[in-house]
Design a protein around this ligand. Structure first.
Ligand code: DC
Length: 231
């Protein structure tokens, strides 16, 4: 039986930020179902645009080329029970977004301010009526600085890399060191870009999951949300 949630919780905006592989998606999914919120994964939108750049042969480091490509590009995020569906120019590209080449392109296209400004506008529109849990890198700092609850979920790079590696199995061609190396490279870019770098908002609750089980992290996150927006 699910516990009923109050009206305040149903209109709440919950921001979950943190580096790749910290467990944001899993935590966000549970928070959404526990508190009756829409679960919106902002990274999927950068991934969709990264995919578009790869398909169009535009270098994901070419700011001017990306700006041109963005004109007329439609990215839509639909929250569903089985996760987000991502529409790129009307095409459902959800199944293509976890490819390592797309992850890398997403991290590259997301350093550019015009691209970020566009994505932030789309994300703010999606969450404008409240009742959402949105996860990403800059949700508590830029997209929803007035969010009711902000959680910054972190873990050591080794632990995050090993979690990602295990999710990717069976994949005999992939080595754990490679996954950890790619993740560190993305971390480096996400944390050091000039516009909206990954960092905890001053009023975020920090949750370090390095030595916690998934169940413990979910329980801790649910307590944080319940403490802020009532049960
Ligand atoms: O959360 P993710 O791994 O799906 O995100 C993919 C990339 O998108 C990530 O490397 C950085 C970027 N991103 C961002 O810059 N801001 C967000 N709010 C979400 C993701």
């Amino acid at each position: 039986m699910t516990t009923p949630v109050n009206r305040e919780a149903r209109r709440a905006v919950v921001a979950i930020d943190g580096p790749a592989g910290a467990g944001k998606s899993t935590v966000a999914k549970h928070i959404a179902s526990r508190f009756g919120l829409l679960n919106l994964e902002s990274g999927a939108m950068y991934r969709a645009f990264g995919l578009k750049a790869l398909r169009a042969g535009v270098d994901p480091d070419d700011s001017a080329g990306l700006e041109k490509l963005a004109i007329g590009t439609g990215i839509d995020l639909e929250a569903g029970d089985a996760g987000n569906r991502v529409l790129l120019d009307g095409e459902d590209v959800t199944a293509l977004l976890r490819d390592p080449a797309v992850s890398d392109a997403a991290s590259r296209v997301s350093v550019f301010s015009p691209i970020r400004a566009w994505m932030v506008r789309l994300q703010q529109a999606l969450g404008a009526r409240g009742g959402v849990v949105m996860e990403g890198r800059d949700i508590g700092t830029v997209v929803f600085p007035l969010a009711d609850v902000k959680i910054f979920l972190d873990a050591s790079a080794e632990v995050r890399g090993m979690r990602r590696y295990e999710q990717m199995q069976p994949a005999p061609e992939v080595q754990p060191d490679e996954v950890i190396r790619d993740l560190r490279a993305r971390d480096e870019r996400d944390r050091n870009r000039a516009d909206s770098p990954l960092k905890a908002a001053p009023d975020a609750v920090l949750l370090d999951s390095t030595s916690m089980s998934l169940e413990e992290v979910i329980e801790a996150a649910e307590k944080i949300v319940a403490g802020r927006v009532g049960r």
